[in-house]
Write a protein that binds this ligand. Structure first.
Ligand SMILES: [Zn+2]
Length: 348
């Protein structure tokens, strides 16, 4: 599980403002045995890989819609730094970190899997990126961020030579990457979802009880914020996206980005082959329990209106058979936000 970066907070709108720098604060309290460690670490890995798999599917299928492309490998990374305090020693032992950055897992069918890379390979070099030259701090994700940025900046269409340690022995593989949108996808330790501009983060709370196709709705929404550069465009507008995001003159800009993200997410899901009905199914379940009443944020439209907006956009999307669909909303990416959310939201 990854530390929560500074990010938009999107769905649950409660008073949470980021989490403590590190992970599993609740799960880890009663730890006593190595068997407990193993079960919990594997639970974290499984959940992170679940988010990664959804993100990978979206990032590859929508590469044509992204203006920032990276060489997609399908390897999910983690760093020893992210396991802070008392967890660090147990994590080092469990995952066998021989270098500070390791493969948490490889996605089925991905270039990394085809190249023969495996979970728990500790990375020494990825293309021109020397892992030993990346710096980080205990309890922080700096080194993970640095590794992702450096690997994403490698040439998109060139093979990537990887040197790693597997159970202490050096291995060498060649990954032949495929084009993917520049984003990482990861789990965090809360019940929320966020976009940082370069990452999509989904709280562990979402994973329980929601099927993959509905988690994909959340991931696609956050991913749409990144593709549409909403963070940068809100900053360009001078808005405060912290505690005050729900107040005053900021509201219209936030609402515009929310509706735009919902609209684009329909096409991201369609291009990746997810059932579009999952959007409304998610909101009809999540909306009444988590986004109504006192938890309702003024920065977000009412969930019933979001459902109506999804239904209208799905009807449009279903008339288009080409894949990938490159929808007109993408043209908004390079325009300043004008705060017009009224004309793109469909009222329930
Ligand atoms: Zn949002």
């Amino acid at each position: 599980m990854k530390p929560v970066s500074s990010a938009f907070r999107h769905l649950a709108h409660a008073c949470r403002r980021g989490s403590p720098a590190i992970v599993l604060p609740l799960l880890f309290l009663p730890l006593s045995t190595r068997a407990d460690d193993a079960a919990l670490f594997e639970g974290v890995r499984g959940a992170d890989m679940r988010i990664a798999a959804i993100g990978w599917r979206l990032a590859v299928a929508n590469a044509r819609l992204c203006d920032r492309i990276e060489p997609g490998t399908g390897m999910q990374l983690h760093v020893l730094d992210q396991y802070g305090g008392a967890q660090r020693e147990a994590a080092a032992r469990h995952f066998g970190f021989a270098t500070p950055v390791a493969v948490e897992g490889v996605l089925p069918g991905s270039p990394a899997e085809q190249a023969g890379l495996r979970a728990d390979d500790s990375l020494v070099r990825v293309g021109a990126v020397e892992i030993a030259k990346l710096s980080g701090k205990a309890g922080k994700a700096d080194r993970l961020d640095a590794a992702h940025l450096a690997i994403a900046a490698l040439p998109v269409d060139a093979p990537i030579e990887v040197e790693a340690l597997r159970a202490g022995r050096p291995i060498h593989v060649t990954i032949r990457p495929i084009r993917a949108c520049n984003s990482r996808f990861e789990m965090t330790d809360d019940f929320n979802a966020a976009s940082t501009g370069t990452a999509v983060q989904v709280g562990a709370g979402f994973l329980e009880g929601y099927p993959d196709e509905q988690i994909a709705v959340v991931v696609a929404h956050e991913f749409a914020h990144n593709i549409l550069r909403h963070r940068d465009r809100l900053i360009a507008r001078g808005v405060d996206y912290g505690l005050l995001s729900g107040f005053g003159a900021n509201v219209k800009y936030f609402r515009q980005t929310e509706v735009q993200a919902d609209l684009l997410s329909v096409y991201l899901l369609a291009n990746a082959g997810y059932p579009l009905g999952a959007t409304t199914a998610f909101w009809k379940r999540f909306g009444p329990s988590k986004a109504g009443g006192i938890l309702r944020s003024r920065s977000h439209p009412a969930w019933r209106d979001r459902v109506a907006t999804f239904e209208a956009e799905i009807a449009k999307a279903e008339t288009i058979s080409a894949r990938p669909v490159v929808p007109p909303i993408l043209g908004e990416r390079d325009k300043p936000l004008d705060g017009d959310w009224q004309s793109i939201l469909v009222r329930n």
